[in-house]
Design a protein around this ligand. Structure first.
Ligand SMILES: CC(C)(COP(=O)(O)OP(=O)(O)OC[C@H]1O[C@@H](n2cnc3c(N)ncnc32)[C@H](O)[C@@H]1OP(=O)(O)O)[C@@H](O)C(=O)NCCC(=O)NCCS
Length: 309
């Protein structure tokens, strides 16, 4: 029989905070002293990274939160609206919007991991930024990827944090890069994404541009954030927008998003899902041997003969 080991009674172990009946202490600071004295951006840095940020980092974090807070109709706002139109209250709708964030909408985690891997490779090999950017662009573009490339960068066919289906050249990235440089937070990862923009032309035949996630992730990595934090950062900023869309949906719309009485065609209108748009198997009946309970009545038979509607 295995020897029984003495265990400590369960307790939470955390370096983030503690609380007693009298005090709430976050990373060593009393929450009431923080309240009114630091910005939300500084608090985010303190809670996540353990220390208050220097002023230039605080300003950059705040700027990124502002930049990513709202973007009209995107997968997150649209899905939050659809959840609100069905569920009718804030929490599932807010969660639904956040849950739509990932590989094609935002993608900041993959982007951050790629910039980190690229800068590591550059240092390992003693390459220039341009040589490393060329290597990454070529590797992503190549149809048959070699194992060493996949182990380091994965097997995606597109550059993470790159291109925008609505703007093509994302309007927000140049502003982020400008600020990162101006505030002195831009380092190797920001410089790498700039080199990668230049490298795309050779491999795609046209220049492809970093999107807001490419710019945010490279800036955050240069400020010491990791890939998970980069994606979560974007989700936190975008929750501001998702909430506004949920509330507007609730206050302005009827729910269900299918009303034929509405002034504009609704996304769930029957007209948008007619048999003409169906391309699955043709209409068919169950084989006779499967029919145990024959259907003998028309829908609404209990209402009697239909009158003219
Ligand atoms: C968001 C995304 C799905 C949009 O793709 P899309 O709708 O196919 O975009 P477009 O139709 O405008 O693409 C036009 C062309 O650019 C290519 N392209 C698009 N994004 C690309 C990328 N990130 N890297 C390389 N090529 C890309 C497409 O393959 C297509 O090429 P083709 O015409 O030779 O087939 C795609 O850009 C992507 O996956 N980007 C990475 C994820 C990301 O950063 N998401 C955050 C967006 S804010």
């Amino acid at each position: 029989m295995a020897e029984s080991r003495e265990k400590e009674p369960f307790h939470w172990q955390s370096a983030i905070s503690y609380k007693t009946r009298e005090r709430i202490v976050v990373r060593g600071y009393d929450v009431n002293e923080l309240t009114g004295n630091i910005s939300f951006a500084e608090m985010l840095h303190l809670v996540w990274k353990g220390e208050l940020p220097p002023p230039n980092v605080a300003k950059m974090v705040d700027a990124l939160l502002v930049c990513f807070a709202e973007h009209a109709m995107s997968p997150s706002s649209a899905s939050a609206r659809m959840v609100m139109s069905g569920a009718g209250y804030i929490m599932p709708a807010l969660a639904g919007g956040v849950l739509s964030i990932g590989y094609t909408h935002v993608d900041a985690h993959e982007a951050a991991a790629t910039w980190i891997a690229a800068v590591e490779l550059m240092k390992e090999k003693g390459w220039t930024l341009e040589e490393t950017a060329d290597f990454l662009a070529q590797g992503i573009r190549r149809k048959e990827k070699d194992d060493a490339f996949v182990r380091r960068f994965g097997d995606r066919k597109v550059i993470p944090g790159w291109h925008h289906p609505q703007h093509i050249r994302d309007l927000r990235s140049p502003r982020i890069i400008e600020l990162a440089e101006h505030l002195g937070v831009a380092g190797d990862h920001v410089r790498f994404v700039l080199a990668l923009e230049n490298a795309t032309e050779k491999h795609w035949g046209r220049k492809l541009y970093m999107n807001v996630s490419g710019a945010i992730s490279s800036t955050l990595v240069d400020m010491g954030f990791n890939p998970d934090e980069c994606l979560a950062f974007c989700a936190i900023a975008r929750s501001v927008s998702i909430t506004a869309h949920c509330i507007e949906e609730k206050n302005r719309e009827k729910g269900w998003r299918a009303s034929s009485g509405s002034k504009i065609t609704q996304p769930l209108d029957l007209a948008l899902q007619k048999p003409d748009y169906y391309d699955g198997p043709a209409d068919r009946g169950l084989p006779e041997e499967k029919i145990i309970e024959p259907l003998t009545r028309a829908p609404y038979h209990y209402l009697g003969q239909p009158k003219n509607e």
